[in-house]
Design a binder for this molecule. Sequence first.
Ligand SMILES: Nc1nc2c(ncn2[C@@H]2O[C@H](COP(=O)(O)OP(=O)(O)OP(=O)(O)O)[C@@H](O)[C@H]2O)c(=O)[nH]1
Ligand SMILES: [Mg+2]
Length: 201
Amino acid sequence: MDFRSSEQAARTPLPSTARDGLKIVIVGGFGVGKTTMVRSVSEIRPLSTEETMTQAGIGIDDGGSHGKTTTTVAFDFGRISLNEHMVLYLFGAPGQERFWFLWDRLFSGTLGAVVLVDTRRLADSWYSIDRLEHHGMPFIVARNNFGQPEHTLEQVRQALDLSADVPLIDCDARQRDSSKAVLLTLVNHLFALSSVRETTP
Ligand SMILES: Nc1nc2c(ncn2[C@@H]2O[C@H](COP(=O)(O)OP(=O)(O)OP(=O)(O)O)[C@@H](O)[C@H]2O)c(=O)[nH]1
Ligand SMILES: [Mg+2]
């Protein structure tokens, strides 16, 4: 009998060497792949607050045209150990405007953020960037590629009016390695910012 059921595999214990826990949020517009990213990368079974979008939500929920049947109504939660000492606690924000009031609470105690963007609906990212700048929270931007990208990253940087020091990378939120690379980019960015702070008189 195989005792290593998916249930057990889904509960990777926290390594006893884990020392540093960082809270990270993943933000972005409706349906950009925030829940997908938390699910693909989490080493524990993620907590999701997905609800089915029903007829009752027509005119309120974004649904339909995006081909999505569920949406996050509170947040996603997952965990990943980057190395033997460092653990990231991931919070995926709800993307729909009517749940945006939750974001400011979600930002509490957060060290940095990933803004996921879908270049077919770039304007949906502006609210995220605006809120993060308002909170003075460091962030990186990851373009989640739904199909072949139509623009260069430089064009995306210009369209989002991102300053040169904000990392901007490509990803596929469905792939664990790709999502992990996004998180590593954010952690490296946070380290770089903190070293600048330490060396600036
Ligand atoms: N082709 C493609 N599809 C993706 C990718 N990432 C996510 N999807 C799909 O896009 C849909 C949206 O993903 P979600 O993860 O629910 O998006 P979300 O940002 O959490 O959405 P809300 O919480 O409702 O704002 C899902 O059906 C995913 O399977 C991707 O990289 N490529
Ligand atoms: Mg979601």
